[in-house]
Design a protein around this ligand. Sequence first.
Ligand code: ATP
Length: 365
Amino acid sequence: MAQIRIENVRKDFGTFTAVKSSTFTVENGEFFMLLGPSGCGKTTTLRMMAGLELPTSGRIYIDGEEVGMKPASQRDIAFVFQMFALYPHMNVGKNISYPLLSQGMPKPEARRRVQEVARILGIEDILNRPVGGLSGGDRQRVALGRAIVREPKAFLMDEPLGALDAEFREHMAEELRALHDRMNATTVYVTHDQLEAMQMGDKIVVMNHGVVEQFGKPQEIYDWPATRFVAEFIGSPCMNFLDFEGLVGAGSNSVELNNTTVNIPACREGATGKLTLGVRPEHIHFSDTSKYRGTVLATEYLGTTQIVTLETPNGEIKARMASNRTVQPGETVGLEFDERTLTVFKCDSGRALLSEANEGVLKHG
Ligand code: ATP
């Protein structure tokens, strides 16, 4: 299996830049997610890794070897475009063996490999069936089998579950992840679904307008977003943003929010002017003693938890709390924030201030 490194890679289509100077490394055996909204450059990045698109500038390495100018056929990477794209006139076994036989592999060896892949995917009993009558899940397994059977260095997958309904999608996501854990194959997976990325990925790259905003482990990205964009894109409801104007000195560990001192992780760098305090919904608590107050606008019951929307002096926020806490619209409550994960963003650049807590994460990102 392979390590894939993207170094200062850029892709222009005429005067439009789809990918702007991206750098990140997919380590050997990782399940790696390329995440971002539609049009942010995920597929273009994946296609450059596969060799289906040439970078305008920058370098791509597979296992330390530069492959930027190598055609797709020589990169030994399987690109899973759309799992349902099968050959309708062939049965399951022939669909899976096709890539091997077309490379000239002797039939007995190809048969052995197909059996092995069918065992891994749990489809040994349908090898002789025509693909036409298969269920969606089995068709997807067959398409995966066709990619796996080549034993490539890495798998590149572009929204492979995009066409499935929510329930089946979740099931297939679990199956794909389990398959990866069994095979330990380097996998790069494109999705615009933050939940899918968080559930499945060992690491995530978050892209926006062709720019890598951050890369790291799901929890690092959730706890310590490098930019306001990442903080908004990851999490549901997303991080709350309390706008304030003021000064955060280098080394300081508090901000003034509407004349209330709020403790934050100690800042490594200072900033002044328009700033935003980011707080996750589950890190907001009601407190009878807090001077910082909000008025309840609405509640949304979600079973064990509820989402409470509040108006505060610094804007509207959403808090997640246990649903057994009774709360009425119109009620005014004191609010406290978990200091540990508060993040201060600069309003102009949207960048998180470097703090003691997020330093390790933001530096390697
Ligand atoms: P989606 O999920 O919608 O496919 P994406 O993040 O994968 O989004 P890309 O497909 O990489 O985005 O496209 C990035 C941008 O580059 C888009 O604005 C797209 O229109 C543009 N683009 C992609 N391929 C080409 C091309 N061959 N010629 C011109 N523009 C292109």
